[in-house]
Design a binder for this molecule. Structure first.
Ligand code: FEO
Ligand code: CA
Ligand code: CA
Ligand code: CA
Length: 615
């Protein structure tokens, strides 16, 4: 049994009292994980942790199997990839590059469903021969290769089925299989629909956007639709003269002319200054309706969206938690104006069009407040350049900064416990700190940390729409033997010395355990992977490693089937290491074929026998 909300809540109250006492006595604030003293039996991972290793293959704990379901270049019908490199025409109908978020949508429970998978960004030096580095490829890829890149990003929908033998396979002739890429037409709703800052020469109405890119993580709704988060969208734009006043980072200085702008001038900000405002949103689409246009929901704000964690109960507003993955940026929450009504099914998508966006303030005493970002209320007025509600969501970062949101150490994945209602947020790292605060306590944060937020209580349950919450740090990434600022802090030392750093994607399993996928452990001489920890009981904040990536890869996705017996993971950018290229990669995972470059791929993890993943 998992810890109930009321037990966490009372533990947190005791914790806050201790913090206040230590603050008033002048003692340093100790942000170490607290152990639950609740009576409930905590859900703990039931497997031996992997030992950390850095190799060119993946690994999974014994008693489990991890097999490739689909990888870059494979057909959406499961057919194998042609020889590489891929032309734009070949890429267009095939599984994209750098798989990230995974959404499983049931067709028949946990045996047949849709798998929606994001494709985050192209890496020309691992997609095509002749480029030394990613930057070299960005400057030099041919127009034909730029077209192939534009077809390799976005999202794939495939239909998958679990055979009677227990293996997952791609359904060969699914009518639902489709690609969404950098050119797919999208609708727009919410306060920025038609806003002057969204209008372009090709779309004078500001209501029809072509495509998506930088599709990082995402989310799912109870009515069966999928959310896609647009993250590092500035990376695709050419910005001569650094002329943009846009508040999303355009990573390309003027001298890096990514060839997308040559292919399509809307990616040149000197030609089309508003095009960048049309990216950086949360998108919703329906895997059951391949012909239906995806929608960019502007009420959820525009920033470098990592993902979107949705929660709602019948008769209550829809709530979405979101991180903005950049140094010293913020955590946000959207609360819909109207209530979720399960019997309305997909009509509930209208909830995304109207509501209030909030940014988070983490107070040093362990309390916190959601600050409403309402147009017309100071400071979000014309004096600060906000002329209407659309301007507030388009320039959400500026609005949140003016309101006093707390700068964070790169907010990535957010997960909501289905058993307790607690919310977990990954802060992956921050090497460009802009001051310190208790929620981001390291002076330089190389290893990242995870914060546990507890919404205020209503009727003994978490009230996700409440304006206040309490928080504490669940764990701090790093080696527990390290000294000072870089020390890892856990409930107990991780078994097999398999400590983690740089938490990125988070998910809670049906038992309420927290699964942590990492991105960046190569900085520590280790491979990224997937860990599981209890969040209550004696093993709170004591991660065990289930899966290890091949070298150069980060782990994305983790997604369970509803029964918890299958787990899908996305291995992204295997072989992304210094000196590793298309022709001389550091690994040729997963094919290990001399003519095939490393390929990002989705794996299905199942147990020998049956039972939930993690025990
Ligand atoms: Fe796309 Fe923040 O990882
Ligand atoms: Ca990534
Ligand atoms: Ca991520
Ligand atoms: Ca990351």
């Amino acid at each position: 049994m998992s810890e109930h909300f009321s037990e966490i809540y009372s533990r947190r109250l005791r914790r806050r009292t201790l913090l206040k006492l230590s603050a008033s006595s002048g003692a340093a604030m100790m942000l170490v994980p607290t152990l639950a003293s609740g009576s409930a039996q905590a859900a703990q991972p039931q497997f031996q942790s992997l030992k950390p290793r850095l190799t060119d293959d993946h690994a999974v704990v014994s008693g489990y199997s991890a097999s490739v379901l689909i990888g870059w270049g494979d057909g959406l019908d499961g057919s194998p990839a042609p020889s590489f490199p891929l032309s734009a025409q070949e890429q267009r109908a095939r599984f994209g590059f750098n798989n990230d978020f995974i959404a499983y949508t049931p067709i028949e429970g946990s045996r047949r469903g849709f798998l929606g998978v994001n494709h985050e960004y192209p890496m020309g030096h691992l997609m095509f021969p002749g480029y030394r580095t990613l930057e070299h490829a960005k400057r030099n890829v041919s127009l034909a290769q730029a077209q192939s890149e534009m077809a390799a990003v976005g999202h794939s929908v495939i239909e998958i089925v679990r055979t009677p033998q227990g293996n997952w396979t791609v359904v060969p002739e699914s009518t639902f299989a489709r690609r969404i890429d950098a050119t797919t037409p999208m609708n727009v709703d919410g306060p920025a629909r038609g806003n002057r800052l969204l209008r372009t020469a090709a779309d004078p109405s500001g209501t029809r956007i072509l495509g998506t890119t930088a599709c990082c993580a995402g989310g799912k709704t109870p009515w069966g639709t999928v959310l896609i988060a647009e993250e590092n969208v500035g990376d695709y734009f050419y910005n001569p003269g650094n002329r943009s006043s846009n508040d999303l980072s355009v990573d390309n200085p003027a001298d890096i002319f990514r060839q997308w702008a040559a292919q399509d001038p809307r990616f040149d900000l000197s030609h089309e200054p508003n095009e960048l405002n049309r990216f950086g949103w949360i998108i919703e689409y329906d895997p059951r309706l391949p012909a239906e246009m995806p929608v960019k929901h502007t009420a959820l704000g525009r920033f470098e969206h990592e993902g979107a964690a949705v929660t709602c109960s019948a008769g209550e507003p829809l709530v979405v938690y979101m991180g903005d993955d950049d140094e010293n940026e913020f955590i946000y929450r959207f609360v819909s104006a109207d209530n979720y009504e399960p019997e309305l099914g997909k009509a509930n998508s209208a909830l995304f069009a109207r509501g209030t966006l909030y940014c988070a303030r983490f107070d040093d005493d362990g309390g916190g407040r959601w600050l409403p970002m309402q147009y017309g209320k100071p400071p979000l007025t014309a004096d600060a350049g906000f002329l209407d509600p659309g301007d507030v969501v388009i320039h959400a970062r500026k609005a949140a900064r003016l309101l006093g949101a707390t700068p964070m150490d790169r907010p990535e994945g957010i997960a909501i416990s289905p058993t307790s209602g607690a919310v977990y947020a990954a802060l992956t790292k921050n090497k460009k700190k802009d001051g310190n605060n208790a929620a981001n306590p390291r002076r330089v944060n190389a290893g990242g940390h995870i914060i546990e937020l507890l919404p205020s209580s209503k009727g003994g349950s978490a009230d996700h729409a409440a304006d206040t919450f309490t928080w504490e740090i669940l764990l701090q990434g790093g080696d527990p033997q390290a000294q000072g600022d870089s020390q890892g802090i856990y409930g107990k030392p991780p078994p097999q010395n398999s400590w983690l750093t740089n938490p990125d994607n988070l998910v809670c399993d049906p038992q309420g355990r927290l699964w942590i996928a990492t991105d960046g452990m190569d900085d520590f001489g280790r491979a990224d992977g997937l860990w599981c920890t209890a969040v209550s009981g004696s093993e709170r904040a004591t991660p065990r490693q289930l899966f290890q990536c091949p070298r150069g890869a980060e782990l994305c996705g983790p997604e369970f089937t509803p029964d918890g017996e299958s787990l899908f993971v996305a291995v992204q950018h295997p072989g992304k290491e210094s000196g590793s290229t298309f022709s001389t990669p550091s690994t040729r995972w997963p094919d290990f074929d001399k003519d095939t470059p490393p390929r990002s791929a989705v794996l299905a993890i199942t147990r020998s026998g049956s039972g939930p993943i993690g025990g």
